[in-house]
Design a protein around this ligand. Structure first.
Ligand code: COA
Length: 371
Protein backbone atom coordinates (compact mmCIF):
# COMPACT_ATOMS: atom_id res chain seq x y z
CA UNK A 1 0.00 0.00 0.00
CA UNK A 2 1.55 3.28 -1.13
CA UNK A 3 0.92 6.76 0.23
CA UNK A 4 1.22 10.05 -1.63
CA UNK A 5 2.76 12.98 0.21
CA UNK A 6 3.44 16.65 0.03
CA UNK A 7 7.15 16.07 0.58
CA UNK A 8 8.21 19.72 0.80
CA UNK A 9 7.28 23.26 -0.15
CA UNK A 10 9.13 26.47 -0.95
CA UNK A 11 8.09 30.10 -1.31
CA UNK A 12 9.45 33.16 -3.09
CA UNK A 13 8.35 36.79 -2.83
CA UNK A 14 9.90 40.06 -4.09
CA UNK A 15 12.15 42.21 -1.91
CA UNK A 16 10.09 45.37 -2.28
CA UNK A 17 7.48 45.71 0.48
CA UNK A 18 4.64 48.21 0.05
CA UNK A 19 2.63 49.26 3.11
CA UNK A 20 -1.01 50.36 3.00
CA UNK A 21 0.12 53.91 3.77
CA UNK A 22 2.49 53.93 0.77
CA UNK A 23 -0.09 52.52 -1.65
CA UNK A 24 -2.78 54.92 -0.39
CA UNK A 25 -0.41 57.92 -0.63
CA UNK A 26 0.30 57.07 -4.26
CA UNK A 27 -3.39 56.44 -5.09
CA UNK A 28 -4.51 59.63 -3.33
CA UNK A 29 -1.86 61.70 -5.16
CA UNK A 30 -3.19 60.24 -8.44
CA UNK A 31 -6.75 61.20 -7.40
CA UNK A 32 -5.72 64.73 -6.45
CA UNK A 33 -4.01 65.17 -9.81
CA UNK A 34 -6.96 63.70 -11.73
CA UNK A 35 -9.48 65.91 -9.94
CA UNK A 36 -7.27 68.98 -10.53
CA UNK A 37 -6.82 68.29 -14.25
CA UNK A 38 -10.55 67.55 -14.69
CA UNK A 39 -11.84 70.30 -12.39
CA UNK A 40 -13.85 72.10 -15.05
CA UNK A 41 -15.65 68.93 -16.24
CA UNK A 42 -16.17 67.76 -12.65
CA UNK A 43 -17.72 71.14 -11.77
CA UNK A 44 -19.96 70.93 -14.86
CA UNK A 45 -20.99 67.40 -13.83
CA UNK A 46 -19.74 65.69 -17.01
CA UNK A 47 -16.91 63.83 -15.19
CA UNK A 48 -17.17 62.18 -11.77
CA UNK A 49 -14.61 63.28 -9.20
CA UNK A 50 -12.45 60.39 -7.99
CA UNK A 51 -12.75 59.46 -4.30
CA UNK A 52 -9.83 59.05 -1.90
CA UNK A 53 -8.70 55.70 -0.51
CA UNK A 54 -7.77 55.03 3.12
CA UNK A 55 -5.32 52.69 4.86
CA UNK A 56 -7.84 52.17 7.71
CA UNK A 57 -10.53 51.01 5.23
CA UNK A 58 -8.13 48.56 3.58
CA UNK A 59 -7.07 46.91 6.84
CA UNK A 60 -10.62 46.79 8.20
CA UNK A 61 -12.25 45.48 4.97
CA UNK A 62 -9.56 42.96 3.99
CA UNK A 63 -7.06 42.37 6.82
CA UNK A 64 -4.22 43.47 4.50
CA UNK A 65 -1.44 45.65 5.99
CA UNK A 66 1.21 45.33 3.27
CA UNK A 67 2.24 43.37 0.19
CA UNK A 68 5.43 42.70 -1.85
CA UNK A 69 5.70 43.83 -5.47
CA UNK A 70 8.03 43.09 -8.37
CA UNK A 71 8.28 46.84 -9.10
CA UNK A 72 7.29 49.23 -6.34
CA UNK A 73 8.56 52.34 -8.13
CA UNK A 74 6.54 51.90 -11.33
CA UNK A 75 3.42 50.75 -9.48
CA UNK A 76 3.43 53.78 -7.15
CA UNK A 77 4.49 56.36 -9.77
CA UNK A 78 1.32 58.38 -10.39
CA UNK A 79 2.31 58.92 -14.01
CA UNK A 80 2.51 55.15 -14.57
CA UNK A 81 0.50 53.19 -11.95
CA UNK A 82 1.77 49.79 -13.10
CA UNK A 83 4.97 47.79 -12.69
CA UNK A 84 7.68 48.11 -15.34
CA UNK A 85 8.05 44.69 -16.98
CA UNK A 86 9.36 43.44 -20.30
CA UNK A 87 7.64 41.43 -23.00
CA UNK A 88 8.46 37.75 -23.13
CA UNK A 89 11.61 37.10 -25.19
CA UNK A 90 13.04 33.81 -26.51
CA UNK A 91 16.58 34.70 -25.38
CA UNK A 92 15.56 35.36 -21.79
CA UNK A 93 14.16 33.23 -18.99
CA UNK A 94 10.57 34.34 -18.34
CA UNK A 95 9.83 36.00 -15.00
CA UNK A 96 7.42 33.15 -14.19
CA UNK A 97 10.18 30.58 -14.78
CA UNK A 98 12.74 32.64 -12.86
CA UNK A 99 10.67 32.95 -9.68
CA UNK A 100 9.37 29.40 -10.16
CA UNK A 101 12.91 28.05 -10.06
CA UNK A 102 13.68 30.04 -6.87
CA UNK A 103 10.66 28.51 -5.09
CA UNK A 104 11.29 25.06 -6.63
CA UNK A 105 14.85 24.86 -5.29
CA UNK A 106 13.60 25.49 -1.74
CA UNK A 107 10.81 22.92 -2.11
CA UNK A 108 13.25 20.32 -3.50
CA UNK A 109 15.67 20.94 -0.62
CA UNK A 110 12.87 20.53 1.93
CA UNK A 111 11.58 17.42 0.16
CA UNK A 112 15.14 16.02 -0.05
CA UNK A 113 14.86 15.35 -3.79
CA UNK A 114 17.10 16.28 -6.71
CA UNK A 115 16.17 17.10 -10.34
CA UNK A 116 16.96 13.58 -11.55
CA UNK A 117 14.32 12.13 -9.21
CA UNK A 118 11.54 14.33 -10.60
CA UNK A 119 9.31 12.88 -13.32
CA UNK A 120 7.13 15.87 -14.17
CA UNK A 121 6.54 19.60 -13.65
CA UNK A 122 3.05 21.07 -13.37
CA UNK A 123 2.72 24.85 -13.36
CA UNK A 124 -0.55 26.35 -12.17
CA UNK A 125 -1.16 30.09 -12.24
CA UNK A 126 -3.95 32.67 -12.44
CA UNK A 127 -2.13 34.72 -15.09
CA UNK A 128 -0.35 33.03 -17.98
CA UNK A 129 2.34 35.34 -19.40
CA UNK A 130 2.07 33.78 -22.88
CA UNK A 131 0.20 31.01 -24.65
CA UNK A 132 3.13 28.73 -25.46
CA UNK A 133 5.60 27.16 -24.95
CA UNK A 134 4.37 26.13 -21.50
CA UNK A 135 6.18 27.72 -18.53
CA UNK A 136 6.34 24.21 -17.04
CA UNK A 137 8.42 22.99 -20.00
CA UNK A 138 10.72 26.03 -19.72
CA UNK A 139 11.31 25.25 -16.02
CA UNK A 140 11.72 21.53 -16.77
CA UNK A 141 14.47 22.43 -19.25
CA UNK A 142 16.25 24.83 -16.86
CA UNK A 143 16.25 22.30 -14.01
CA UNK A 144 17.29 19.39 -16.26
CA UNK A 145 14.21 17.32 -15.44
CA UNK A 146 13.17 14.38 -17.63
CA UNK A 147 9.59 13.33 -18.28
CA UNK A 148 6.85 15.82 -19.03
CA UNK A 149 5.56 19.26 -18.04
CA UNK A 150 2.45 21.35 -18.60
CA UNK A 151 0.57 24.43 -17.37
CA UNK A 152 -2.93 24.79 -15.99
CA UNK A 153 -5.07 27.90 -15.38
CA UNK A 154 -7.71 27.69 -12.66
CA UNK A 155 -7.68 31.21 -11.17
CA UNK A 156 -7.09 31.27 -7.43
CA UNK A 157 -7.37 27.49 -7.21
CA UNK A 158 -4.50 26.85 -9.63
CA UNK A 159 -2.14 25.72 -6.85
CA UNK A 160 -4.39 23.14 -5.21
CA UNK A 161 -5.75 21.93 -8.58
CA UNK A 162 -2.13 21.41 -9.72
CA UNK A 163 -1.34 19.47 -6.52
CA UNK A 164 -4.46 17.42 -7.21
CA UNK A 165 -3.26 16.68 -10.77
CA UNK A 166 0.12 15.63 -9.38
CA UNK A 167 -1.61 13.27 -6.95
CA UNK A 168 -3.69 11.76 -9.77
CA UNK A 169 -0.66 11.27 -12.04
CA UNK A 170 1.23 9.56 -9.22
CA UNK A 171 -1.75 7.41 -8.21
CA UNK A 172 -2.19 6.30 -11.83
CA UNK A 173 1.45 5.20 -12.05
CA UNK A 174 2.49 7.89 -14.54
CA UNK A 175 5.06 9.38 -12.16
CA UNK A 176 6.57 8.97 -8.69
CA UNK A 177 7.67 12.54 -7.94
CA UNK A 178 6.15 15.71 -9.36
CA UNK A 179 7.22 19.32 -8.92
CA UNK A 180 4.25 21.69 -8.75
CA UNK A 181 5.10 25.37 -9.31
CA UNK A 182 2.76 28.33 -8.90
CA UNK A 183 4.06 31.72 -9.99
CA UNK A 184 1.57 34.49 -9.18
CA UNK A 185 2.86 37.70 -10.73
CA UNK A 186 -0.37 39.59 -10.11
CA UNK A 187 0.50 43.29 -10.08
CA UNK A 188 0.76 43.81 -13.89
CA UNK A 189 -2.94 42.87 -14.01
CA UNK A 190 -4.06 45.25 -11.24
CA UNK A 191 -5.61 48.61 -11.96
CA UNK A 192 -3.81 50.78 -9.37
CA UNK A 193 -6.14 53.67 -10.23
CA UNK A 194 -9.23 51.81 -8.93
CA UNK A 195 -10.11 52.51 -5.31
CA UNK A 196 -11.75 49.16 -4.63
CA UNK A 197 -8.95 47.12 -6.28
CA UNK A 198 -5.64 48.97 -5.85
CA UNK A 199 -4.75 47.42 -2.49
CA UNK A 200 -5.63 43.76 -3.00
CA UNK A 201 -2.76 41.87 -4.64
CA UNK A 202 0.90 41.17 -4.07
CA UNK A 203 3.36 39.12 -6.16
CA UNK A 204 4.71 35.72 -5.06
CA UNK A 205 5.47 32.15 -6.06
CA UNK A 206 5.28 28.80 -4.31
CA UNK A 207 6.43 25.30 -5.17
CA UNK A 208 5.44 21.88 -3.85
CA UNK A 209 7.02 18.46 -4.29
CA UNK A 210 4.35 15.75 -4.42
CA UNK A 211 5.83 12.28 -4.03
CA UNK A 212 4.93 8.65 -3.57
CA UNK A 213 6.11 7.38 -0.14
CA UNK A 214 8.22 10.41 0.81
CA UNK A 215 10.70 9.99 3.65
CA UNK A 216 11.21 13.74 4.10
CA UNK A 217 11.01 15.09 7.68
CA UNK A 218 8.52 17.72 6.49
CA UNK A 219 6.21 15.27 4.69
CA UNK A 220 2.42 15.39 4.95
CA UNK A 221 0.30 12.47 3.74
CA UNK A 222 -2.53 13.49 1.40
CA UNK A 223 -5.63 11.88 2.93
CA UNK A 224 -8.36 13.22 0.65
CA UNK A 225 -9.10 15.75 -2.13
CA UNK A 226 -12.37 17.42 -3.01
CA UNK A 227 -12.87 19.71 -6.02
CA UNK A 228 -15.82 21.85 -7.03
CA UNK A 229 -16.40 24.43 -9.77
CA UNK A 230 -19.39 26.63 -10.51
CA UNK A 231 -19.44 29.30 -13.23
CA UNK A 232 -19.47 32.95 -12.13
CA UNK A 233 -18.45 36.28 -13.66
CA UNK A 234 -17.88 37.85 -10.23
CA UNK A 235 -14.11 37.50 -10.63
CA UNK A 236 -13.08 37.95 -14.23
CA UNK A 237 -10.20 38.94 -16.51
CA UNK A 238 -10.89 39.62 -20.20
CA UNK A 239 -7.23 39.98 -21.08
CA UNK A 240 -6.08 37.61 -23.79
CA UNK A 241 -4.93 37.05 -27.35
CA UNK A 242 -8.30 38.08 -28.84
CA UNK A 243 -7.78 41.68 -27.65
CA UNK A 244 -5.60 42.79 -30.57
CA UNK A 245 -8.16 41.67 -33.14
CA UNK A 246 -11.30 42.55 -31.20
CA UNK A 247 -13.70 44.91 -33.02
CA UNK A 248 -15.13 46.50 -29.86
CA UNK A 249 -11.90 48.42 -29.07
CA UNK A 250 -12.06 48.04 -25.32
CA UNK A 251 -9.46 49.88 -23.29
CA UNK A 252 -7.12 48.20 -20.79
CA UNK A 253 -9.25 49.26 -17.87
CA UNK A 254 -12.18 47.19 -19.16
CA UNK A 255 -10.04 44.10 -19.71
CA UNK A 256 -8.06 43.94 -16.46
CA UNK A 257 -8.89 42.07 -13.24
CA UNK A 258 -12.45 42.82 -12.19
CA UNK A 259 -14.37 41.61 -9.18
CA UNK A 260 -17.65 42.06 -7.40
CA UNK A 261 -16.11 41.62 -3.95
CA UNK A 262 -19.39 41.56 -2.02
CA UNK A 263 -20.89 38.98 -4.44
CA UNK A 264 -17.81 36.76 -4.09
CA UNK A 265 -18.02 36.99 -0.32
CA UNK A 266 -21.70 36.05 -0.27
CA UNK A 267 -21.44 33.14 -2.75
CA UNK A 268 -18.11 31.60 -1.85
CA UNK A 269 -18.12 31.48 1.99
CA UNK A 270 -21.10 29.08 2.31
CA UNK A 271 -19.88 26.97 -0.65
CA UNK A 272 -16.41 26.48 0.87
CA UNK A 273 -17.68 25.91 4.40
CA UNK A 274 -20.12 23.19 3.29
CA UNK A 275 -17.58 21.54 0.96
CA UNK A 276 -15.00 21.24 3.78
CA UNK A 277 -17.62 20.19 6.38
CA UNK A 278 -18.94 17.42 4.09
CA UNK A 279 -15.42 16.33 3.20
CA UNK A 280 -14.44 16.01 6.88
CA UNK A 281 -17.65 14.10 7.61
CA UNK A 282 -17.13 11.64 4.78
CA UNK A 283 -13.61 11.00 6.08
CA UNK A 284 -14.88 10.51 9.67
CA UNK A 285 -12.83 13.48 10.86
CA UNK A 286 -14.26 15.91 13.43
CA UNK A 287 -13.58 19.61 12.77
CA UNK A 288 -11.97 19.71 16.25
CA UNK A 289 -9.39 17.15 14.97
CA UNK A 290 -8.08 19.75 12.49
CA UNK A 291 -5.00 21.56 13.83
CA UNK A 292 -4.73 24.08 10.97
CA UNK A 293 -6.98 25.48 8.28
CA UNK A 294 -4.57 26.75 5.58
CA UNK A 295 -7.14 28.69 3.56
CA UNK A 296 -7.04 30.90 0.47
CA UNK A 297 -5.93 34.40 1.47
CA UNK A 298 -8.46 36.72 -0.20
CA UNK A 299 -9.92 38.38 2.84
CA UNK A 300 -9.40 37.96 6.60
CA UNK A 301 -13.14 38.16 7.29
CA UNK A 302 -13.86 35.37 4.78
CA UNK A 303 -11.25 33.12 6.43
CA UNK A 304 -12.74 33.69 9.89
CA UNK A 305 -16.34 33.23 8.67
CA UNK A 306 -15.58 29.99 6.81
CA UNK A 307 -13.67 28.56 9.78
CA UNK A 308 -16.42 29.47 12.26
CA UNK A 309 -19.06 27.82 10.01
CA UNK A 310 -16.98 24.61 9.88
CA UNK A 311 -16.18 24.37 13.58
CA UNK A 312 -19.56 25.72 14.75
CA UNK A 313 -18.34 28.71 16.77
CA UNK A 314 -16.60 32.02 16.13
CA UNK A 315 -14.78 31.62 19.44
CA UNK A 316 -11.66 29.79 18.25
CA UNK A 317 -7.90 30.12 18.67
CA UNK A 318 -6.85 32.41 15.77
CA UNK A 319 -3.61 30.44 15.35
CA UNK A 320 -5.59 27.60 13.69
CA UNK A 321 -6.20 29.88 10.67
CA UNK A 322 -2.86 31.41 9.66
CA UNK A 323 -3.27 34.79 7.90
CA UNK A 324 -0.24 35.67 5.78
CA UNK A 325 -2.65 38.00 3.93
CA UNK A 326 -1.81 40.59 6.56
CA UNK A 327 1.83 40.86 5.38
CA UNK A 328 1.59 39.60 1.78
CA UNK A 329 -1.88 40.70 0.57
CA UNK A 330 -3.92 38.46 -1.71
CA UNK A 331 -1.47 36.15 -3.51
CA UNK A 332 -4.06 34.57 -5.82
CA UNK A 333 -3.56 30.81 -5.90
CA UNK A 334 -0.50 30.64 -3.63
CA UNK A 335 -2.17 32.25 -0.59
CA UNK A 336 -3.14 28.91 0.97
CA UNK A 337 0.29 27.46 0.26
CA UNK A 338 1.98 30.46 1.90
CA UNK A 339 -0.26 29.83 4.94
CA UNK A 340 0.87 26.17 4.87
CA UNK A 341 4.58 26.81 4.24
CA UNK A 342 4.87 29.36 7.05
CA UNK A 343 2.77 27.43 9.62
CA UNK A 344 3.22 23.67 9.35
CA UNK A 345 5.31 22.72 12.33
CA UNK A 346 2.87 20.01 13.44
CA UNK A 347 3.34 16.72 15.32
CA UNK A 348 3.04 13.33 13.69
CA UNK A 349 -0.65 12.43 13.20
CA UNK A 350 -1.86 16.06 13.31
CA UNK A 351 -4.26 16.95 10.51
CA UNK A 352 -4.87 20.12 8.51
CA UNK A 353 -6.97 21.35 5.59
CA UNK A 354 -5.33 23.10 2.62
CA UNK A 355 -8.07 24.85 0.65
CA UNK A 356 -8.16 27.44 -2.11
CA UNK A 357 -11.16 29.17 -3.64
CA UNK A 358 -11.62 31.88 -6.20
CA UNK A 359 -12.25 32.73 -9.83
CA UNK A 360 -14.35 30.24 -11.74
CA UNK A 361 -15.72 29.80 -9.09
CA UNK A 362 -13.24 27.05 -8.23
CA UNK A 363 -12.60 25.30 -4.92
CA UNK A 364 -10.13 22.54 -4.01
CA UNK A 365 -9.76 21.19 -0.50
CA UNK A 366 -7.02 18.73 0.49
CA UNK A 367 -6.87 17.01 3.88
CA UNK A 368 -3.30 16.45 5.08
CA UNK A 369 -1.77 14.46 7.92
CA UNK A 370 1.75 15.04 9.28
CA UNK A 371 3.83 11.88 8.96
N1 COA B 1 -10.86 53.29 0.65
C1 COA B 1 -11.93 53.83 1.26
N2 COA B 1 -13.20 53.44 0.99
C2 COA B 1 -13.37 52.48 0.08
C3 COA B 1 -12.31 51.90 -0.61
C4 COA B 1 -11.00 52.33 -0.30
N3 COA B 1 -9.92 51.82 -0.89
N4 COA B 1 -12.79 50.97 -1.46
C5 COA B 1 -14.12 50.98 -1.33
N5 COA B 1 -14.47 51.90 -0.41
C6 COA B 1 -15.83 52.25 0.03
C7 COA B 1 -16.85 51.86 -1.02
O1 COA B 1 -17.00 52.89 -1.96
C8 COA B 1 -18.09 51.62 -0.20
O2 COA B 1 -18.69 52.86 0.08
P1 COA B 1 -20.29 52.97 0.12
O3 COA B 1 -20.72 52.06 1.21
O4 COA B 1 -20.50 54.40 0.38
O5 COA B 1 -20.74 52.50 -1.24
C9 COA B 1 -17.54 51.07 1.13
O6 COA B 1 -16.15 51.47 1.18
C10 COA B 1 -17.63 49.58 1.20
O7 COA B 1 -17.06 49.05 -0.03
P2 COA B 1 -17.15 47.57 -0.42
O8 COA B 1 -16.47 47.31 -1.74
O9 COA B 1 -18.57 47.14 -0.30
O10 COA B 1 -16.26 46.92 0.73
P3 COA B 1 -16.24 45.47 1.28
O11 COA B 1 -16.43 45.49 2.73
O12 COA B 1 -17.06 44.49 0.48
O13 COA B 1 -14.68 45.05 1.03
C11 COA B 1 -13.32 43.76 -0.47
C12 COA B 1 -14.16 45.02 -0.27
C13 COA B 1 -12.87 43.66 -1.91
C14 COA B 1 -12.10 43.84 0.43
C15 COA B 1 -14.17 42.52 -0.06
O14 COA B 1 -15.43 42.58 -0.70
C16 COA B 1 -13.53 41.21 -0.44
O15 COA B 1 -12.40 40.92 -0.10
N6 COA B 1 -14.29 40.32 -1.08
C17 COA B 1 -13.82 39.02 -1.49
C18 COA B 1 -12.90 39.18 -2.62
C19 COA B 1 -12.35 37.89 -3.14
O16 COA B 1 -12.53 36.83 -2.63
N7 COA B 1 -11.67 37.97 -4.20
C20 COA B 1 -11.10 36.82 -4.79
C21 COA B 1 -10.07 37.28 -5.74
S1 COA B 1 -8.80 36.16 -5.67
Amino acid sequence: MHNIHIAGTGIWFPEQKVTNEEIVNSYNAYVENFNKINKESIDKGSVLAMEYSSAEFIEKASGIKSRYMIDKEGSLDINRMMPRVENEHPDRLSIHAKVGIEAAKKAMEQAEVSSDQIDAVIVGTSHAPRNYPAIGIEIQNELGINGYAYDILVGCSSTTFAINNAFSDIASGLADTILVINPEINTPHVNFTHRDKHFIFGDACAATVVQRDSTSKKAFKILDRKLHTQFSNNIRSNYGYLNRAAMDNKIDEELLFHQNGKGVFKDVCPLVASLISNQLKSNNIEPSDISKFWLHQANGKMIRLITSKIIGTDDFDPSITPMPISEFGNLASVGSLFAFNLNNDLSSGDKGVLCSFGAGYSICSIILEKT
